[in-house]
Design a protein around this ligand. Structure first.
Ligand SMILES: [Mg+2]
Length: 215
């Protein structure tokens, strides 16, 4: 059943949800490893271990670096996202689909340091979205920490019963569903049986939005 009539706020994750760009993720990841090696004083192999450990532990690498090593979050975010966004190409079909949804369109990402703004611009999606809520705006509480969702709701006056979260990361949907969001999982791999906190799913965001808009 299409949720279009009921939803007022469409909340989309960014990376791997609105676009796939392995080359960009790789570059940002390499820059994270470089930064960690330098800031913590370890070799790149150990820096990579720390990067992955803090990502799994906290939902975002920067949180572990801040808590454990006193890294300056803004400096880290600015450095790692100083990447080459020209590898992204505009997606006018997605821009049209997002624009056709009634209500507000919000990007909710664990990225920061201007990553969402640069990515949306490179994808030609900057005018299709109304608001961005990134890790800086969330006060460095990343998804799936419940505080991230609560701060989003508070910042923009979102009513979860009339909000949809679209995500490629399964674990990020559970807290949203607990708070009352409708949820959609996008991506090639889907868990069977489908967890009770996943209301909709599709192979990719284009397919998902096309189905909702024509229903
Ligand atoms: Mg994602």
């Amino acid at each position: 059943m299409s949720p279009v009539a009921r939803i007022r706020d469409w909340v989309f994750d960014l990376d791997n949800t609105l676009y796939p760009a392995p080359a960009l993720y790789d570059e940002i990841g390499e820059r994270m490893t470089d930064y960690i090696a330098r800031a913590v004083g370890v070799d790149r192999a150990r820096a990579l271990e720390l990067r992955e450990h803090y990502f799994h532990e906290h939902g975002a690498t920067v949180v572990g670096l801040t808590l454990t090593h006193g890294v300056d979050a803004r400096d880290f975010m600015a450095y790692v996202h100083d990447a080459d966004y020209s590898v992204l190409t505009p997606d006018p079909a997605l821009a049209a689909l997002v624009a056709a949804l009634p209500g507000r369109k919000i990007v909710f990402t664990n990225g920061g340091g201007g990553h969402a703004e640069r990515t949306l611009k490179a994808l030609g999606l900057d005018r299709a979205f109304d608001l961005i809520f990134d890790l800086d705006a969330a006060g460095y509480a990343p998804k799936p920490q419940r505080a991230a969702y609560e701060r989003l709701l508070g910042a923009f006056g979102v009513t979860p019963a009339h909000a949809m979260l679209v995500e490629d990361t399964l674990r990020n949907l559970e807290p949203a569903h607990e708070l009352g969001f409708a949820t959609a999982l996008v991506g090639p791999v889907h868990p069977e049986p489908r967890p009770p906190y996943v209301d909709h799913y599709a192979h990719d965001v284009h397919t998902l939005l096309r189905a909702w808009l024509k229903a």
